[in-house]
Design a protein around this ligand. Sequence first.
Ligand code: HEC
Ligand code: HEC
Ligand code: HEC
Ligand code: HEC
Length: 462
Amino acid sequence: MRAGRQIPESAVDQRAPARVRPAPALGGALVPLAVCVWLAVGSGANAPPLGASLRVIYTTDTQGRLDVCGCSAGQHGGLPRRATLLRHLRSEAQAVIVIDGGSAVTKVSHVDPFARAYRSMAYDLVLHAATALEGAFAEALTREGVDTLPRPREPGGVACQVLEADEGLELLVLVTPDPAGADADALAQSLRGAIQAATAGRDPAARRAVVVITGESPTGNARLAERVGDEVDLFLGASFPVITSDYREPIAPGPVAPAIAGGKALTVIDIGFPADGGRPEVAARYEPVAPDLLPDIEVGAIIEDYYASQKLSAGLEGDAPDEFALDYAMRGWADAMVCAECHLEEYGLWRGTAHAHAIDTLAGRGRLVDECLTCHSEGFRRGGSFNPEAIVPGDGVTCATCHGDGVVHSMTGRVDAIERHVSADLCIGCHDEERQPLGFDFEASWRLISHGSDNAPAEGGA
Ligand code: HEC
Ligand code: HEC
Ligand code: HEC
Ligand code: HEC
């Protein structure tokens, strides 16, 4: 899949080694100047055809979303579907470059599956911040043969990389930290200097587009674009808003393209190089990682591996022998079977709701793993571990989830030892935007699971 990425021997003179250029004087601006490395990502140096076009595909802030949970119908995202979409988007275009802007992983256990998946999807460049986690991710990517580029740390710093794609097309990528923390004029000057340094001595007729990747919102990037001028064709930023819900809006024309968090959509930028050699024309749009895409088999297998290993670790942590599962006082919370002794009617109604089957749902999908159990199992929420060999019979989203541990109440029947009222906020803690894309209707939802004589819980109250 990545065979085309090797630099052909015959092309070594033009492409290698990485050029280290002395920084030209920059009129006293105290900003470190980028040194640009050239990297072949395409297969050959054909003469660019008239009206050639380069497709850049950008993702950022995937935030650990390896796959959708399936908690609601119509969920967007997931790496297996992203892989399918990328394959399709590649097949349509002359030359393609795929870049990730960072914040893909959110915990150490993600590093390996993400690195393998990114290799399988043939990412050309992955940016990373100077954190231990992103550093570990960059190392794993390097092992997998995926190129990485650290984001510069100092305000005003610029990192730089040139990607040489098929058809003799080039993409000059400049990366800055959050420009909000920088002197904007100095940063603009630094960017212009880096562009000059990177392109000095290169074929002036080369078909080259210049993209700046920042950690900024579209507004911040628009301000920077004004300062830099038209030497830069495109500014890509962080996802914005941080948790984006709407990727159905078209991207406004202009040099600034936003991104979508959580892997729900890709930003696709088609860069056309006019036959007369004028400035490239840029058109950006979102391509949703839609629910109807078939998951890619190779990336799907990587994700299944990951969940299988997580299942194992969740199981090994569990220290619940049978008597521990049954002795609720020792365990520290009373499960539904305990409450059933005195509240048979409520128990019967609860048994008929999805809450009672939340563990079965995960088990049925091979997803008895921490990141799912956190909402689907009270035992996990309270104990921080889960033993699939010793599932507490009344576990799930259970009585204690809403009414409190109930230990003293169950032993004594004392009414002041149990929480009667349940606030809508508690529901929304699990029924969040991700699970309920259309919003959570408290009244209607409560009606579906109501029990007891007084069916009017206090909305929003404590
Ligand atoms: C933030 C809490 C939360 C997390 C984390 C979570 N879920 Fe859910 N899940 C829910 C809620 C709430 C629903 C019910 C959504 C609805 O009413 O449409 C649900 C529903 C589901 C359903 C649909 C059940 C059905 O019968 O239709 C599946 C499947 C599911 N979750 C699987 C998972 C998996 C797999 C994971 C881990 C990758 C996960 N969930 C993580 C809260 C969560
Ligand atoms: C030993 C019997 C017993 C057990 C076990 C028991 N309860 Fe109760 N519960 C009672 C009695 C008695 C009342 C008071 C009934 C009344 O006032 O009508 C009560 C009342 C309640 C109330 C209403 C409180 C109020 O302020 O009106 C809730 C809610 C409740 N129980 C939940 C639970 C839950 C959840 C469990 C399990 C964790 C549980 N109970 C276990 C006996 C029990
Ligand atoms: C600890 C997390 C959690 C809390 C708190 C929670 N739920 Fe749920 N809820 C879930 C999960 C998980 C499911 C899906 C279970 C499954 O199908 O496996 C669910 C499913 C449901 C469903 C069924 C949806 C369907 O389409 O069948 C309703 C209705 C519901 N919840 C209402 C509520 C209400 C009302 C509250 C607050 C009083 C609440 N939930 C609190 C996690 C939670
Ligand atoms: C998803 C949250 C949720 C779960 C799970 C849940 N309850 Fe409730 N329960 C409520 C709410 C909300 C009320 C209504 C509170 C009010 O009246 O303000 C309620 C009311 C009650 C009452 C008082 C009924 C009355 O007639 O006064 C009892 C008793 C009770 N629940 C027991 C249970 C038992 C037993 C279980 C488990 C088998 C359970 N609940 C599971 C949310 C929940």
